[in-house]
Design a protein around this ligand. Structure first.
Ligand SMILES: Cc1ncc(COP(=O)(O)O)c(C=O)c1O
Length: 411
């Protein structure tokens, strides 16, 4: 992190200012925008210096699998926003969770993970890392007693996501942090849905934060990216060596896109969250909708907690369940959900979220499609559930778009 001196900013700057200025090194040519260093390697002055740098005796840019000036700018800016000492960019959000596991755990270690996290995260812990002897217990996102009861002597990591994808369940980060500390374990939080513009898990006691930069950090659906934020000691001791070896590195181009995305993060999160709240309130009024999941609604089971942890803002993702036919089973619920999705002409039918374009998806057959039926139901995802990630579209156009399908459901 010391390789390029940061621009000399005064102490105590606020989030919006940090989002546009932090991490910018002294300019080379007077440029006011962050430079994109598309270089796979960096030239060394002589063989002796090269040897010293490769042996970590001297800091310098060497090779972009290790690090790169544009990636460093992104890491510094994100760390400043999350309030952590450091961050490390990764090739994707899953790459960040992979780095987390590889850096902290070894065979024989135990993890406690919310059963409601992103489906691929469940597969990574429960299927892929079970092969390497890392055991994971999945527990209720919202019941700290279950987390406490799951602690074993070999528990090293607690992992949560808040709010969750897609049902927006909110965990009590402070309570989980207390359990982790008692157990001598780390607490990692996936802050993808809120971003530091709404929620800073470090302030509630989390040790590590993971991000899918693919979502709101980019914010315009352009690149796949990720990051892991933590203390300087954890980043340098646990994660930099794994990154150098395993190579889940963030490309400089993607880092540049996400770095520029951070500049508008705060205003996007606020504007998209306002639209999401309006859509959630409207959906609650629709007779064809059985249930709406959105932390900004008073009907949400963790509404008060969400408002405390998320600065009074619900975020921009909501899910709703299409009312079932009285005699209908799962197949009919799925058919009705598909009908609503297929009638949309504005919403983009895609499993991505965090875009300025509103996206719509059927989690049970897309993002959570590779889970077993048992895992899916444990996470509360039924065949009638639809997720909407609200963008910057006029919310009235999104209402009209959903009404097209809702109003033509056969009753
Ligand atoms: C909450 C959450 N975490 C992590 C990921 C994985 O991110 P990526 O697709 O960038 O690997 C996703 C992707 O949808 C997600 O929703």
């Amino acid at each position: 992190m010391k390789k390029i001196p940061p621009v000399d900013l005064p102490e105590g700057l606020r989030l919006d200012t940090l989002a546009v200025r932090q991490g910018l090194p002294p300019s080379q040519w007077g440029e006011n925008s962050e430079a994109l260093y598309l270089s796979s390697s960096f030239v060394q002055p002589d063989a002796t210096t090269a040897a010293a740098r490769f042996a970590n005796e001297e800091e310098a840019f060497i090779y972009s699998r290790f690090t790169n000036p544009t990636v460093t700018m992104f890491e510094r800016r994100l760390a400043a926003l999350e309030g952590t000492q450091a961050a490390i960019g990764t090739s994707s959000g899953m790459g960040a969770i992979l780095l987390l596991i590889m850096g902290l755990l070894k065979s024989g270690d135990h993890v406690i993970c919310s059963q409601s996290v992103f489906g691929t995260t469940i597969s990574l812990f429960g299927r892929e890392f079970a092969k390497f002897g890392v055991q994971t217990s999945f527990v209720s996102q919202t019941d700290p007693a279950q987390w406490r009861a799951a602690v074993r002597d070999n528990t090293k990591l607690l992992f949560a996501e808040s709010p969750t994808n897609p049902l927006t369940e909110v965990c009590d980060i402070r309570a989980l942090s207390a359990i982790a500390k008692e157990a001598g374990a780390w607490l990692a939080v996936d802050n993808c849905f809120c971003t530091p513009a709404l929620q800073r898990p470090i302030e509630f006691g989390a040790d590590l934060i993971v991000h899918s930069g693919t979502k709101y950090l980019d914010g315009q659906g352009r690149v796949i990216a990720g990051a892991l934020c933590a203390s300087e000691a954890l980043i340098n001791e646990k994660f930099v060596p794994v990154m150098r070896t395993a190579g889940m590195s963030l490309s400089p181009f993607n880092a540049w896109v996400v770095l520029k995305g951070l500049e508008t993060l705060s205003i996007r999160m606020q504007a998209q969250s306002e639209r999401a709240l309006a859509l959630a309130q409207w959906l609650e009024q629709q007779p064809q909708v059985e249930r709406v999941y959105y932390p900004g609604l008073r009907s949400h089971p963790q509404h008060e907690l969400a408002m405390t942890q998320q600065g009074g803002i619900g975020g921009a993702v909501l899910s709703f369940v299409v009312a079932a036919e009285s005699s209908g089973g799962a197949a009919l619920s799925r058919q009705r959900a598909f009908h609503v999705i297929d009638q949309t002409k504005v919403c983009s039918i895609t499993a991505n979220l965090g875009d300025t374009k509103t996206t719509i998806t059927h989690p049970a057959s897309t993002s959570h499609g590779r889970l077993t039926e048992e895992q899916r139901l444990a996470a509360g995802i039924t065949q009638g559930t639809i997720r909407v990630a609200v963008g910057l579209d006029d919310v009235r156009d999104i209402q009209d778009d959903l009404l097209r399908g809702l109003s033509t459901l056969t009753r």
